[in-house]
Design a binder for this molecule. Structure first.
Ligand SMILES: *Cc1c(COP(=O)(O)O)cnc(C)c1O
Length: 389
């Protein structure tokens, strides 16, 4: 077998294990109501929690931004690729989340893989929740620091690991809202441990920003945690509906990250027009209490509607509502049957989630209607009776 045959065999193995992923080419804008292969579907799979990704006000802001700033940034930020509108966005973000300064990255994956190696290195130690996002895990590996992964949300285990560590610099890293489970980390307890053991606390608020806290200021604002050791990252691609990510915190920390995060230094600046769309998006998030209230009503409708099912929703108060199915084949079959009913919810399988916990990751958006949720509940009800265990 040559190298290519090895790849072919490995791809075949993905098929055997029902782990091969496919992409669907959507023929309409991001919305709960999409067109695929000419057919209309109601989708429960995007992270566009506030329904802003195709909002006409953001489209107009992006067009106006492109007219004013053109399309490309031309260079990396610290060379000649940083624009006034991007500074304005950073100032708006810092004020919105109540921190001294913010720095915008091209994506959340780049933010996490840049932040962690800038703060810790060989001989230091990182303490990470086992269900953290892949970008935090990769950032951890890139840093070459010692890594300690604690069982999901287990503060007692984290405390034991911290007290046993003799590392000079310690960093605790956690998602605020876990992307495949929808549950929320105990941020105040994490902060208390960070203070007690003199550690940095990096919170990835990808799914909290825009959704949780007063005016959607995020999970740290909801928990009321603050202080120089808190480094909060948020994505601008989920509730904010655009693209990119930010890190916010004490000014010295942010300056250090700007000097040292390699995923900031060695990449071309993102298109400045995006910053103009994002400033408009922060305004909509801030004024979005009605959208958040509707989202809460949708969450309640779904959790009540599915309370009696064979498949159980994980306990979650966020728009991420995973329905645990178990094995890969059943999760895929259920997803396929829902598609026949014009409902689109992707099956999430290992390695994204632990083996044996394949699930339908239902996500809700403020652009869903109560009727959309009712249709999903009714379809699952029917399928529960027909699909064999
Ligand atoms: C989506 C996500 C990221 C990555 O953000 P992108 O902007 O999509 O690269 C990071 N962390 C978490 C928890 C996420 O869900």
């Amino acid at each position: 077998m040559n190298r290519l045959d090895h790849l072919r065999a490995a791809l075949d193995k993905l098929d055997d294990e029902r782990l091969r992923r496919i992409r669907r080419d959507i023929e309409s804008p991001c919305s709960p109501h999409v067109v695929i292969d000419g057919r209309a579907f109601t989708a429960f799979c995007s992270n566009d929690y506030l329904g802003l990704a195709a909002d006409s006000r953001l489209t107009e802001a992006l067009i106006a931004g492109a007219r004013k700033w053109g399309v490309g940034a031309g260079a990396s930020h610290l060379v000649s690729g940083h624009y006034a509108v991007q500074r304005a966005l950073e100032e708006r973000l810092a004020a919105f989340v109540g921190r001294e300064r913010a720095l915008v990255f091209s994506s959340g994956f780049m933010a996490n893989t840049g932040i962690i190696p800038a703060l810790v290195g060989r001989g230091d130690a990182i303490f990470a929740d086992r269900l953290n996002h892949a970008s935090l895990i990769d950032g951890m590996l890139l840093s070459r620091a010692d890594t300690h992964r604690f069982p999901h949300l287990d503060m007692a285990a984290l405390e034991r690991q911290l007290s046993a560590s003799e590392a000079k610099t310690k960093l605790i890293a956690s998602d605020s809202v876990f992307s495949m489970d929808g549950d929320v980390a105990p941020l105040r307890e994490l902060m208390a441990l960070a203070e007690r053991f003199d550690a940095w606390l990096l919170i990835d608020d990808a799914h909290g920003f825009g959704v949780l806290g007063p005016q959607g200021r995020g999970a740290p604002a909801e928990a009321g945690i603050d202080g120089w050791r808190l480094i909060q990252m948020g994505t601008l691609s989920k509730a904010a509906g655009v693209s990119g990510a930010f890190v916010a915190g004490e000014a010295t920390v942010i300056e250090w990250l700007m000097q040292k995060a390699r995923t900031y230094l060695f990449t071309t600046g993102s298109p400045p027009a995006l910053a103009q769309a994002l400033i408009a998006s922060i305004d909509l998030i801030e004024k979005g209490d009605e959208r958040r209230a509707h989202l809460a009503a949708l969450i309640e409708r779904l959790t009540k509607g599915l309370a009696q099912e064979r498949w159980k929703l994980l306990p979650s108060r966020t728009p991420i509502q995973p329905l645990i199915v178990g094995d890969n084949a059943t999760a895929l079959a259920l997803g396929a049957d829902l598609m026949k009913e014009s409902l689109w919810i992707p099956a999430i399988r290992p390695p994204t989630v632990p083996a044996g916990s394949a699930r339908l990751r239902i996500t809700l958006s403020a652009s869903h209607t109560l009727n959309d949720v009712d249709r999903l509940v009714e379809a699952l009800d029917r399928l529960e009776k027909t699909l064999s265990a």
